[in-house]
Design a binder for this molecule. Structure first.
Ligand code: ADP
Length: 386
C-alpha cells in the first residue's frame, strides 16, 4: 500500500522482505531478501537511500543507531521508535510528560502482579513489554491464581512484562497524525476502532458522536506526543475513552496503521502517501475527509477458507456493492488473519452524529468484508435471486 503511494509521488522503494512471497516483495522491483534484525541486511537495504522507514516496529534500535551513525536518514529515528517498541518505556515517558496512561508497573515476579491487583483491583492486564501485536502478548487476569500461572509461565519463557489497570472504557479511539522533520504536523479526524478477539475489526471515521472538545483534545494530545518524542512519519495514538469522556493512551504505532486504512479512500491524503511525504520532508497533505463518515472493515480470515475462490468472491461483491473499495494484501487465508480491508464511504447527505446513518454504512462495510472472508452474506442475500 505504501508502494502505491510511492509510485504517484515519483519515488522508488526498495523493500527488505523476509521472503519473496511477502506481500511487499511481490509488488516491488527492488527487493532485498533478509532479516530485519540483521544489521548487514539492513545496511544492504539502506544503501543509497534518501530515507529509510518501516511498516512494522520490530527493527532493533541498536542497529538503527549504527545506521544513523553511518549517515542513513532513518525516519522515524530510533530515539522516537523505541517508544513504539517498548511499552514500559512508552508509559514511563508519557507519564513524565503528564500525559494520561492507565496505572501500570513493571513485573519481575508474581508478587508484582498480585500486589498491583490488591492495590488497583482485579482484573488486571498483563502485557509483554515488547513484540506484542493484535492482542498477542496481552493477558486479562481475573485473580491472583490466574496471575500466578500466567506470570510464572511468561517469566520462565524470558518475556519482559508489565501489568496495568484494566480500564473501564466506553470505547477505543485512534488519533492519527503525521509529523515532518521540518516540524509540520497534520491530523486526520479521530476514529473509533472496534476490537474483536483482541484485534481491530472495524474503524469508523470520524468517531461517531465524539464531542468537538474531546476530538480536539485527542488531536492535540497526538500532535504533542509526536513533537515531544521527535516522531517523523505517521503515528497512531491508540486511546481508551472512559465513560466520563477521559482519554488514556494505550499504544503508539509509528507507521501506517490499521486505524488509518480508511484514509486510502476516505481522505484527501492517505496515511501511506502522508507517511512518505513526512519521511521525505515534503510539505504534508490535506487530511480532510471526503464523506461525512467512512467505515473500514477488516477482511479477517474465516475459521475455514471458503471453497469459492477469492476472485469469484470479489466478483460477486462488486456486482452487489459497486461503491465498496477493496484492498487485498495477497496473504494466504487463515482464521482471523487480516488479509485485506474494505472501505465504504457514506452518502454526502449524512452526518456522523446520525446513529442510523452511521450504522447503515458500517453494516455495508462489515457485510462486504464478511462476504470476502466467508463467502456468506450476513443478510442472507442470494446473488442468484438478487
Ligand atoms: P497489541 O499491542 O497486541 O495491539 P494492546 O495493548 O493494544 O496490544 O491491547 C490489545 C487490546 O486489548 C486493546 O485494543 C484493548 O481492547 C485491550 N486492552 C489492552 N489494554 C487494556 C487495558 N489496560 N484495559 C482494558 N483493555 C485493554
Amino acid at each position: 500500500m505504501t508502494h502505491q503511494a510511492a509510485i504517484a509521488l515519483g519515488q522508488t522503494l526498495r523493500v527488505l522482505a523476509a521472503g519473496p512471497d511477502d506481500p511487499a516483495a511481490a509488488v516491488s522491483a527492488d527487493v532485498v531478501i533478509g532479516d530485519h534484525s540483521d544489521l548487514d541486511d539492513l545496511r544492504v537495504a539502506a544503501r543509497g537511500s534518501d530515507a529509510f522507514t518501516f511498516d512494522h516496529e520490530q527493527v532493533p534500535t541498536e542497529h538503527l543507531d549504527v545506521l544513523v551513525a553511518e549517515g542513513v536518514n532513518v525516519q522515524p529515528p530510533p530515539t522516537a521508535l523505541i517508544y513504539a517498541q517498548d511499552k514500559l518505556r512508552m508509559r514511563e515517558k508519557l507519564r513524565s510528560l503528564s500525559i494520561p496512561v492507565p496505572a501500570f508497573a513493571e513485573v519481575t515476579s508474581v508478587a508484582d502482579v498480585t500486589d498491583f491487583g490488591s492495590a488497583h483491583g482485579w482484573p488486571v492486564v498483563l502485557k509483554a513489554i515488547r513484540g506484542g501485536y493484535d492482542g498477542r502478548g496481552v493477558w486479562m487476569l481475573d485473580d491472583a491464581d490466574q496471575a500466578r500461572e500466567t506470570v510464572e509461565q511468561q517469566l520462565a519463557a524470558g518475556v519482559p512484562l508489565l501489568v496495568e489497570q484494566k480500564v473501564d472504557m466506553a470505547r477505543e479511539l485512534s488519533a492519527m497524525v503525521a509529523r515532518s522533520p521540518f516540524g509540520q504536523g497534520a491530523t486526520w479526524p479521530v476514529v473509533e476502532t472496534v476490537q474483536r478477539r483482541g484485534q481491530c475489526a472495524v474503524a469508523i471515521a470520524p468517531a461517531p458522536g465524539l464531542s468537538d472538545d474531546t476530538a480536539a483534545d485527542a488531536e492535540h494530545l497526538a500532535l504533542r506526543i509526536a513533537s515531544e518524542l521527535g516522531v517523523v512519519g505517521v503515528m497512531a495514538v491508540e486511546l481508551f475513552e472512559t465513560p466520563t469522556g477521559r482519554l488514556l493512551v494505550n499504544e503508539l504505532a509509528m507507521r501506517p496503521h490499521n486505524s488509518g486504512h480508511w484514509s486510502m479512500d476516505g481522505a484527501r491524503t492517505s496515511q501511506f502517501e502522508q507517511h512518505l511525504r513526512a519521511v521525505l520532508d515534503y510539505p504534508l497533505g490535506d487530511c480532510a475527509p471526503l464523506a461525512p463518515v467512512t467505515v473500514m472493515a477488516n477482511v479477517l480470515g474465516a475459521p475455514t477458507a471458503p471453497t469459492m475462490s477469492m476472485d469469484e468472491r470479489v466478483h460477486h461483491l462488486f456486482a452487489r456493492m459497486p461503491d465498496a473499495k477493496v484492498h487485498l494484501y495477497g496473504k494466504g487465508e487463515r482464521a482471523d488473519r487480516k488479509i485485506g480491508h474494505v472501505n465504504v464511504l457514506g452518502a454526502a447527505s449524512g452526518s456522523a452524529n446520525d446513529a442510523e446513518y452511521v450504522a447503515a454504512v458500517r453494516e455495508r462495510a462489515e457485510r462486504a468484508a464478511h462476504w470476502l472472508s466467508h463467502a456468506e452474506w450476513t443478510d442472507g442475500w442470494d446473488h442468484h435471486d438478487g
